[in-house]
Design a protein around this ligand. Structure first.
Ligand SMILES: Nc1ncnc2c1ncn2[C@@H]1O[C@H](COP(=O)(O)OP(=O)(O)OP(=O)(O)O)[C@@H](O)[C@H]1O
Length: 295
């Protein structure tokens, strides 16, 4: 049985905003990255998984339980990091974590202390005086302190500096080794690349793709760099039926879908000096799905 099962989830806020007919699962022990540009529906999906909102249609289940109907039971054990961290501002970090430990019936605070040290968090300050980064660290400690087997993290590193982003990646890799199931939304490609087994890419409330990183890297779209003998030829080539990503002087960067033959049949008519496979970083592949470049 999948740990998280989203089946046809729809939440229509009007004017194309919301999420529409989402289908995906997260399997036991999997780290699933949920990616998408601003306003693509990541938080909306996560809020449904947390049972804060009833789906307009479709269902969300965690461990076979309906997320809305069984929200209280699910939230008891889950580790959750909200995107908008509004914590009890008059409490100190320490008082807040003690309150959460008590609420969760935790017997020991060893792991909480270890997380505080790991993220170099000063828990003596009142939350209202904490920097954005410190608040995010506090929320992270809170999400992981009870050693939950399932974690849902909404932009967990949005306010962390580089050093702490690395500390977070290390933590996720350790948790993964322990068999935890994690869904996290993120904007950071490098973080996703280092931690996630599969990713779902959202755009305008719709899932563009759900793939493993290997599948994404083997994407059917390849990028080639063509260098021509002169600028006139490069200019003329741009007007052919090809997908030009970038043009500079005698050089064109061209995206090819599936089959190179159609490009080659055009290139034979041009004074081509070199043809190189440009390779693609994961970031470029994501940007393609996000709808930039050649779309
Ligand atoms: N309660 C609401 N009422 C109306 N519209 C909403 C509501 N919540 C979210 N939206 C809209 O739905 C869309 C998706 O928002 P959501 O917060 O899920 O995106 P996101 O991918 O998490 O974005 P970001 O990366 O900016 O946090 C946005 O256009 C947002 O304005």
């Amino acid at each position: 049985m999948s740990i998280i099962d989203v089946n046809g989830l729809t939440c229509d806020y009007g004017r194309g905003r919301g999420v529409f007919d989402l289908h995906f699962t997260v399997e036991p022990g999997e780290v699933f990255g949920f990616l998408g540009p601003n306003a693509s529906g990541k938080t909306t999906t996560i809020r449904h998984l947390m049972g804060f909102v009833k789906p307009a249609s479709g269902t969300c289940q965690i461990e076979g339980r309906d997320c809305f109907e069984s929200a209280a039971v699910i939230q008891e054990t889950l580790g959750y990091l909200p995107g908008d961290i509004s914590l009890f501002s008059d409490m100190s970090g320490k008082a807040f974590l003690s309150f959460m430990a008590k609420y969760r019936g935790m017997k020991t605070l060893g792991r909480t202390k270890e997380l505080i040290d790991r993220f170099e968090l000063d828990v003596r300050q009142p939350i209202r005086r904490m920097s954005k980064g410190a608040k995010q660290k506090l929320a992270l400690v809170c999400a992981f302190m009870h050693d939950p087997s399932i974690l849902i993290l909404d932009e967990p590193t949005a306010s962390l500096d580089l050093l702490m982003q690395h500390a977070f990646i290390d933590l996720i890799l350790e948790e993964k080794k322990k068999g935890k199931t994690i869904l996290m939304s993120s904007h950071r490609f490098s973080e996703v690349e280092k931690t996630c087994d599969r990713i779902g890419i959202l755009k305008n409330g719709r899932l563009e793709t759900v793939s493993s990183l290997d599948e994404l890297r083997r994407t059917e779209r390849r990028v080639y760099i063509v260098t021509l003998e002169n600028e006139e030829a490069a200019h003329a080539l741009q007007h052919e039926n090809i997908s030009v990503i970038e043009a500079e002087g005698r050089m064109l960067k061209i995206a090819v879908y599936r089959d190179l033959r159609s490009l080659l049949s055009i290139l034979v008519n041009y004074p081509v000096m070199t043809l190189d496979n440009a390779g693609q970083s994961l970031e470029e592949i994501f940007l393609h799905y996000y709808g930039g470049e050649d779309e």
